[in-house]
Design a protein around this ligand. Sequence first.
Ligand code: BG6
Length: 500
Amino acid sequence: MTMQTENTKPLMGDEVAEPTNIVIFGATGDLSKRKLLPALIRMLNSGLVNSESRILGVVNNRTREVWLQLLFDGLHTFAHEITQDLEKWNAFCEKLIMVPGDLADDETYNRVADALEVLGGKKNAMFYCAIPPEWYGKVAAGLGKAGLISEDEGYRRIVIEKPFGMDLETSRKLNTELQAEFNENQIYRIDHYLGKESVQNLLVYRFANGIMEPLWNRNYIDHIQIIVSETLGIEYRAKYYEKAGALRDMIQSHIMQVMTLVAMEPPVEFTADAVRDEKMKVLRAIRPFKAEEIDSLTVAAQYAKGVIDNEEISSYVSEEGVSPDSITETFAAVRFHIDNWRWQGVPFILCSGKRLPKRVSEVMIRFRKPPFNLFNNHASIPNANALVFRLQPDSGIVLRINAKKPGPTTDNEVMVMRAPYADKDDVADAYEVLMHDVLVGDSTLFSRSDEVNESWSILEPILNAWEKRVSIDRYRAGTWSIPEMDNLTKDCVHGWHVPT
Ligand code: BG6
């Protein structure tokens, strides 16, 4: 059964931002070519970025010609609409300004200041750190020394990419370094999951519909599972991934954020701090992990060789750059308990893995079983209902509800009601949503320092325990064969829910 949405307009406002100079640190890197510049190009074309804005790329050891050629080659893959039309490409190049320099050199930041001065006009600036995290503090300090943070003549905002620290200590240190220069309201910590419309839509589904709230609690919900499964591997990022693993890479940085949106109380208003205050309360209510419980509340596993979509996949340990005896987890699951009135006794099971059979992200709300089986003379015992929010691909809602089998019987069967959210083309790209929010000064979809520190603090006992492990379970790439997941969910109605 399929239902149509009446209004599929993306959530992103159509407010055109004031002219802003966008300074990219790491302007030759992968992120710039894959995500940032394609998003900025689309935003310039649609008018969401003011046409008077300029993009300044901080580039080391390259001439402007070489930089532009690098961009052209990269954008040919990720935004070929612009490289195919030389007139458009040349018009875009006119908006690009190269600032030569090394991030370690204070002079580089003075050159950024000079370049902004020469541009004149309004002095709004967004500084985008598309660079490895060890440089964030240095860039903030450099901008501070060059006098680029004061907002006397226009706003100044800094955008930070994940990973935001590797544990509580590094996260606190990073926050201290950034806050030594910037006010918290000038700092935008990007979590591209929060930029996904389907994730923002969780708030609308919850708080714009009267039918959800009465059911949204321990009285009706048995447990909640949030899964992000990927078919991809680590994509040449062994250096980072070997140290990070799935717990840091996905659970801390993205899925815990999604959990807070699912679990939070209605905010008093839809403003950045009101929403983030409620998310923060959820994190504070998470039951601390005791060392002796970690084995029973978490799962770590690593993919072995296998087959996905008829393609042979080699094992994680034979990926380029991965140590042959690596025990880094490529699959992680954690069972959280939220100790508050709404969620007491309702487990939240978060999991994510690479090289699984499907690319799919879902939030599944599993309701309690019907209290009594009226139809127990018959073979079919009613399933507990499930409401699934499909985040990607094909975002939308799926409700699994029991219905009578047609014909002369009272047997029942599961009927699946699907409500697709929007056509693919209507959905705004996460980077466009988030960059637009930075430009208009809306930090609702960005993580605040206390949220980030708190999430690291919650995971600290798990990180410590996992640090000491000497081996890891393996799963065959392209399968869901992670038996530990059955243990983790053994008291949950219908157990581990594998997306279909
Ligand atoms: C990134 C992780 O943050 O998110 C990657 O570092 C992961 O490992 C990616 O593949 C998943 O994002 P998406 O949007 O494809 O679900």
